[in-house]
Ligand binder design. Structure first.
Ligand code: ZN
Ligand code: ZN
Length: 98
């Protein structure tokens, strides 16, 4: 909403949540459209629905391997408890392009 403070809008935590289980990623996978989900959540979604991205409905040829970079960032954040903000998210986006 408009009343949310900017830091909350930018918070990386919001981007580290799986939009299927609404929890922190477990073994995150990033599909080519740029959306990320837990590997298990995405596999289940592909089993019960079409093999499409649950968010943008783009076709998924196969569930990709775990995004190690994203997994490390989540792990690191758990360990440090340091709030990560936009800067890191932009880096993350660059990383996920590869
Ligand atoms: Zn999930
Ligand atoms: Zn997508």
């Amino acid at each position: 909403s408009a009343s949310a403070p900017p830091s909350e809008l930018c918070s990386l935590q919001n981007h580290l949540r799986c939009s299927i289980c609404m929890d922190e990623f477990t073994d995150p996978v990033t599909i080519f459209c740029g959306h990320s989900f837990c590997k298990r959540c995405l596999e289940q979604s592909c089993d019960y629905n079409d093999s499409t991205c649950p968010l943008c409905k783009k076709y998924i040829a196969r569930v990709p391997d775990v995004n190690i970079v994203l997994r490390d960032i989540i792990q690191q954040q758990k360990n440090t408890q340091i709030p990560l903000h936009c800067y890191f998210f932009f880096n993350l986006k660059l990383i996920t392009i590869f």
